[in-house]
Design a protein around this ligand. Structure first.
Ligand code: ADP
Length: 384
């Protein structure tokens, strides 16, 4: 054969072979795509958008319990992993719905996600979606369940806290009666009676303050508050306590700072911090009250050179009725509500309270509040 023909024939064969291969690959790919579309079930019409718009947990499962759609809320709650439900309890409910057909509503306590020891409380509704799918809706009830528990604890604690001084008052009254003819005894019992009734009055007052702070309209009519005035009033209220322990109070920092809020509540908060600083410090020490005003944030820092607070207690001291040393607090007359009030006052003013402390060296509590010119009156309510 002529070599030129041989070359041409080989080229033609090559082209044909290439075209054939391309054709086969294209058909295979098309088939493959079609096959994927058939195997992977799609979410029924419209459900996709509904699940995307859900703030709570929403999950659609196919007949093999594969998760084919889930809302960001469901992922955040740790309900789905690797296109499957994480919790066997949820799988069991889904299976029951498939088996019996009726929707199921149930409250469950489940671990959050696959690891970690935090639990979540869910209200779960599961129902069929068309003939093949199942829809699972999960509402996170963790906050309200916790709040209920806190409320129950609070009532139990109040009863306990009130019982002690009330018991003491009635015992002391009996003792007074019995010692009517001994003036020295009468004086001694009367003094203790005054102390216990002062304590009762303080706890009652603090409970009222705390309930007021938790009411929705705690700052219904915020006005412009001068921080200099707040500090001066709080220092003034602590003079007797400071003198009794020979503690010096010194204030300084940026003058003229203003915030939106309730002057009386802010005085209570700063008073509580200064009072603790005095009580939990050695006699003759120094308490500093500093104000800084920068970047739209007003900071009121109360620093002491006292006993300090260990790292693992630093969050807990803001809880109601929490006291590191209950015996010492009983002696000082503390109710354990002071810092809880400080925290609520700061939060109601759109701010927070921070704590730095080192046992043996002292503590600094800092209330941070938005400056009046930066804080929007709207965010706190109506401006007076
Ligand atoms: P209390 O009425 O008992 O002082 P608080 O809520 O004001 O209640 O404080 C809670 C606990 O935090 C106190 O019992 C005390 O153990 C600890 N604490 C508060 N302030 C200080 C401080 N400045 N230094 C050391 N410990 C403090």
């Amino acid at each position: 054969m002529d070599p030129a023909w041989l070359v041409l024939a080989s080229i033609a064969f090559g082209i044909l072979l290439g075209a054939g291969v391309v054709l086969i690959v294209t058909i295979a790919a098309r088939r493959g795509r079609r096959a994927v579309a058939v195997v992977s079930p799609s979410v029924p019409d419209g459900v996709d958008q509904v699940i995307d718009a859900l703030e709570s947990g929403g999950i659609v499962l196919d007949p093999s319990n594969n998760v084919i759609k889930s809302s960001p809320g469901a992922l955040a709650l740790g309900l789905v992993w690797n296109n499957a439900l994480v919790h066997p309890e949820l799988v069991a409910i889904v299976d029951d719905v498939r088996r019996y057909g009726d929707p199921i509503v149930r409250e469950l306590e489940l671990p959050r996600g696959r690891i970690g020891d935090a639990n979540i409380f869910l209200l779960v509704r599961v129902a069929r979606l068309g003939a093949r799918y199942v829809l699972l809706l999960a509402e996170d009830r963790t906050e309200s369940v916790k709040l209920d528990a806190v409320r129950r604890d609070f009532i139990a604690n109040i009863s306990h806290e009130l019982k002690t001084p009330i018991g003491a008052v009635s015992l002391l009254a009996e003792a007074l009666q019995a010692a009517a003819k001994e003036p020295e005894q009468v004086k001694r019992f009367a003094k203790r009676l005054t102390k216990e009734s002062d304590r009762l009055a303080r706890i009652t007052q603090e409970i009222i303050e705390l309930s007021r702070l938790q009411a929705a309209d705690a700052l219904a009519r915020p006005a412009t508050v001068e921080i200099d005035h707040v500090i001066a009033a709080a220092i003034d209220q602590n003079r007797v306590a400071a003198e009794a322990r020979n503690v010096t109070m010194a204030s300084g920092g940026d003058a003229g700072a203003e915030v939106f809020g309730d002057d009386a509540l802010l005085v209570v908060a700063v008073h509580n911090l200064i009072n603790n600083a005095i009580i939990y410090s050695p006699k003759g020490s120094r308490v500093g009250i500093g104000v800084s005003n920068s970047g739209g944030i007003v900071e009121i820092a109360v620093t002491d050179q006292g006993i300090g607070i260990a790292a693992d207690e630093q969050d807990r001291v803001f809880e109601r009725f929490y006291r590191i040393d209950p015996a010492r607090s009983r002696h000082t007359g503390g109710s354990g509500l002071g810092l809880s009030i400080v925290k609520h006052v700061a939060q109601n003013h759109g701010g927070d309270v921070r704590l730095w402390s080192q046992p043996g060296y002292g503590s600094t509590f800092t209330i941070r509040l938005p400056e009046a010119t930066h804080a929007t009156a709207d965010s706190l309510g109506e401006s007076a």
